[in-house]
Design a binder for this molecule. Structure first.
Ligand SMILES: NC(=O)c1ccc[n+]([C@@H]2O[C@H](COP(=O)([O-])OP(=O)(O)OC[C@H]3O[C@@H](n4cnc5c(N)ncnc54)[C@H](OP(=O)(O)O)[C@@H]3O)[C@@H](O)[C@H]2O)c1
Length: 289
């Protein structure tokens, strides 16, 4: 595994395992366990995925079997918008996430969206970080203007910004802003999130063939070579194993540029952060009473 160093000197694996849209507890637990067995050390969940407990169960199983120690792992979760109402609701949400994961601390906790009173929520995150409950704190879906204002305002700058990053939405400007504030970029939907059909793109297939790799591996390698952390999701063991096998080849400059030329300049996902209806939908989404 290769690592990036966060602005607080913590090491974070450059490749991890995502569990979005794995609501079935048994399936999630088994996937997390298989991922750790395959060598993944970073797991990415969120309060909104309602599977923090299943992630915790998979982690516990792997530790109990001696596959790794807690210290080897980098467990990430995220605070949902519902809890970003005030300092107090945010403080409680952090404790609930830690408890649901069955852990004493989380390695990284993110504000899932720049919505609600995210400055109040951040102050609760800063305090939990100071107390050692969270080893690193960060944000997600903070576009360049929001991230800039945020970094210029808060006491502790975010260590990570998790945003949509893949060849169809390369977000070069977002990466520049993150670099300026020493915020590590983390890619959600690094395989395209089930959209765009990259697996049948002739150019990607040809590059994959050249290295005896798959298109999925090329997509992950492309982001890694840009210094972006990737967290592919799969519930299939053979793909879980395939997606971590990306450290024995390098794309050349021409290939990196060719892949980047797929950029459409906008997100094709349902997460439309610039649409008022999407924002209202997130604000209305309740994950607990
Ligand atoms: N912060 C946010 O707002 C946000 C938003 C979205 C996602 N995320 C995080 O980012 C993680 C990854 O994003 P994502 O799950 O949306 O998308 P993704 O990892 O880009 O793609 C997952 C899709 O690709 C398939 N797949 C996985 N490996 C494959 C392979 N080797 N070949 C072909 N298909 C493959 C999966 O199917 P199978 O499972 O059937 O293999 C699934 O349909 C999430 O799990 C979550 O942790 C965060």
């Amino acid at each position: 595994m290769e690592y990036v160093t966060l602005n607080n000197e913590l090491k974070m694996p450059i490749l991890g395992f995502g569990v979005f849209q794995v609501p079935d507890k048994k399936e999630c637990e088994e996937s997390v366990y298989q991922a750790i067995k395959a060598g993944y050390r970073l797991i990415d969940t969120a309060a909104a995925y309602t599977n923090e407990d299943a992630v915790g169960a998979g982690v516990k199983k792997a530790i109990n079997e001696g596959i790794c120690t807690r210290e080897d792992l980098f467990i990430t979760s995220k605070m949902w918008v519902q809890d970003m109402e005030s300092y107090e609701t945010a403080k409680k949400a952090i404790d609930v996430s830690i408890e649901k994961c069955g852990l004493e601390y989380l390695d990284l906790y993110l504000l899932h969206q720049a919505m609600g009173d995210y400055f109040a929520a951040w102050r609760a995150m800063e305090d939990a970080y100071r107390e050692g409950k969270l080893k690193a704190i960060g944000v997600s879906n903070f576009y360049p203007n929001i991230l800039t204002n945020f970094c210029e305002t808060v006491a502790i700058k975010p260590m990570v910004n998790q945003v949509e990053l893949h060849p169809y939405f390369t977000q070069e400007k977002a990466l520049e802003t993150m670099k300026q504030y020493d915020v590590i970029p983390e890619a959600w939907a690094p395989l395209g999130g089930g959209r765009y059909n990259p697996f049948e793109d002739g150019m990607l297939v040809a590059i994959a063939k050249r290295y005896n790799k798959t298109v999925g591996q090329v997509l992950l390698r492309w982001n890694i070579q840009r210094g972006v952390v990737v967290i592919p999701k799969s519930t299939h063991v053979e793909r879980i194993i395939e997606n971590i096998d990306v450290f024995d080849f390098s794309l050349d400059e021409t290939e990196m540029a060719k892949i980047a030329s797929l950029d459409q300049g906008y997100s094709g996902s349902r997460a439309k952060h610039f649409e008022p209806d999407f924002v209202r939908g997130c604000l209305a989404m309740k994950i607990h009473d």
